[in-house]
Design a protein around this ligand. Structure first.
Ligand SMILES: Nc1ncnc2c1ncn2[C@@H]1O[C@H](COP(=O)(O)OP(=O)(O)O)[C@@H](O)[C@H]1O
Ligand SMILES: [Mg+2]
Length: 254
């Protein structure tokens, strides 16, 4: 595996799932890509067109993380991308594994992914909207972090906690974990507020973290998810498609 990318932000609605699906698709055009749904809300599982209520324990990441079954990838790629879905059972995983002191719980996803690492070039992990153990596990498994960030004041304020958490993970034996980029999302250039937040974010991380071109706010994203396809397959001419391709190219070259 060349890179394992955790798409992280504790703020809900930032665009983690949308970005995971779309980056997965674009990277998947030329590479063997694995998407992993680490959010018990299972939005990515729904976006990919699977019914979380029909998943057996051996078909979702919960089984692998809790050591019940070996890690298993969905039997066929979806729009060229391999996938490990999830369901609400994952929300009980945290409590369950706390009882098992024989394993460093933060390592569970990393250990599970190592089993299948040679089958893929990239893995993309869609994280839950919290900085809970499931997100920490994802960061520990990752080589790179992508941070989607809604260009809203309240979301920007949360970045301190996020950077703090990433720094602590690095300090605790994962010093090679790199923040690949911040992806400003749901950007409305005509709003002064959005412009100011984008400027503040860019100034805050200047010279340290790459900030991509902002992805515009557009209902096409929600429509594409509803149709269970990446934006490129929903509307090829949408301006967001080139931006998502550019982000994937950037991640590939890192
Ligand atoms: N650029 C965008 N413009 C408009 N809506 C978006 C955009 N990106 C994502 N969305 C929508 O916002 C909602 C939250 O996005 P999602 O990717 O699920 O965020 P998260 O996974 O961080 O909670 C979804 O309905 C999604 O379709
Ligand atoms: Mg999500």
């Amino acid at each position: 595996m060349k890179k394992i990318i955790a798409v992280v932000n504790q703020s809900g609605g930032a665009g983690k799932t949308t970005l995971s699906q779309n980056i997965g698709y674009h990277l998947g055009l030329k590479n063997r890509v694995l998407l992993v749904d680490m959010d018990p809300q299972a939005s990515l599982t729904a976006f990919m067109g699977l019914d979380k209520l029909k998943l057996e324990v051996e078909q979702n990441i919960y089984g692998a993380i809790t050591d019940r079954v070996p890690i298993k990838v969905w039997n066929e790629p979806i729009h060229g991308v391999y996938f490990i879905p999830t369901n609400q059972e994952l929300s009980s995983a945290e409590l369950e594994i706390m009882r098992d002191m024989a394993v460093d719980n933060r390592m569970r996803l990393k250990i599970a992914l190592e089993e299948i690492a040679d089958q893929f070039d990239y893995a993309i992990i869609d994280c839950p909207p919290s900085l809970s153990l499931l997100s920490i596990m994802s960061l520990v498994a990752a080589t790179h972090v992508v941070i989607p960030l809604e260009t809203q004041y309240k979301c920007y304020k949360g970045t301190d906690d996020l950077f703090g958490t990433i720094a602590r993970v690095k300090k605790s034996g994962h010093k090679n974990l790199e923040i690949a980029c911040i992806v400003p999302n749901k950007y409305e250039g005509k709003n002064l507020h959005d412009k100011e937040i984008l400027e503040e974010v860019t100034n805050l991380v200047q010279g340290k973290i790459h900030v991509t071109e902002p992805i515009p706010k557009s209902t096409a994203f929600a429509n594409a998810s509803k149709e269970h396809v990446p934006l490129a397959l929903y509307k090829k001419s949408h301006p967001g498609v080139k931006m998502l391709q550019a982000i994937s190219d950037y991640l590939e070259k890192l």
